[in-house]
Design a protein around this ligand. Sequence first.
Ligand code: SF4
Length: 374
Amino acid sequence: MRFASPAGWTPLSPDYDPWDPIRSLQRYGRHRLTSVELTVTHLCNMRCEHCAVGDSLTMKEAPHLPLNAILRRLDELEALETISLTGGEPTFREQTVREIIVPVLKYARSRGIRSQLNSNVTLDYERYEQIAPYLDVMHISFNYTQAADFHRVGFARTGRDVSPDASARMYERMMDNARRLSEGGLFVSAESMINFRTHEKIVDIHKLIVEMGCKRHEVHPMYPSSFASHLPMLTREQMLAAIDRLLDERDPAVWMLFGTLPLFACSDDPEERRLIRRLRTEPNVTVRNDPDGRNRVNVNLFSGDVYVTDFAAIPAFGNVRDERLEDVFERWQRHPFQQGVSCHCESAACCGPNLLVSNMYYRDVDFRTRRAIP
Ligand code: SF4
């Protein structure tokens, strides 16, 4: 089956990434809510050692809120440009695919809104084939060079033994699904973390992602939140070296998107500024500003709770049952935590750090007093 965006839609590319909050900031002169992420399940067939939502995964879950009520809240957002669906593994239950995912994606198409599904693509291909005709980006995690890595990382927190053979079959299915979806024309974006396991093999991971036909390789450092909070952290030097190596050896035909980097154009460190310049000038490479709380909120489809960031441990900031999303968002823009990182340097196309990055590396820094160094 072939999957294609509707005729006339601008293709996603380094020049057009509607998830980047810098676009809405440039367009409206202030942060606007242009992006919504929906948590559609807390179930997952895996328990990755670094899972950023690991603490919220469950074995059973309650019914969803009525979808119509959620869509009416989305109707209120005139500037909405993107919807992301996340979990858990969103496709874990076939019923969620039929009753939530496909209707939300059809809704997005009807309004010209871009969509992304975050999936491990380890289940039957037919599940993804139902979704792909209405989807813009299939976002997968890929941090492996062989089945043994997948086994070590993907089931670390299951609390039961998963046999290497069963895990190897899932690994093969994941790669096969990614390949088939890519061959069908779907934009598959594979995300890797730079962490203690991957930093020395990041180039080999990149090569496998290219072989699967992915259109984009997304790279983020791992941060110590949720399940990852007990894992060893890299030094900044190790992280910078991994990024340089990847830039040296990547396939230049594949879009590389870096995100949540702890490096900024206002850094006092010339080495960090050199790397920022390199990232800005390499062809087919982009650095996405962090969307959380800047142009995006997350809505939990079970409780209706609205979160302004997936990473930093900030509790629900409102609830869709009794508040408009725009109102929650505007209240967050005035919050001291958000204001402390609310800087903007047009020359660097930068709108400041993610809260977790700021807490981890820049505790005493007021970014509003800093400027990008040319
Ligand atoms: S926007 Fe903020 S973080 Fe980015 S370069 Fe300027 S001062 Fe630094």
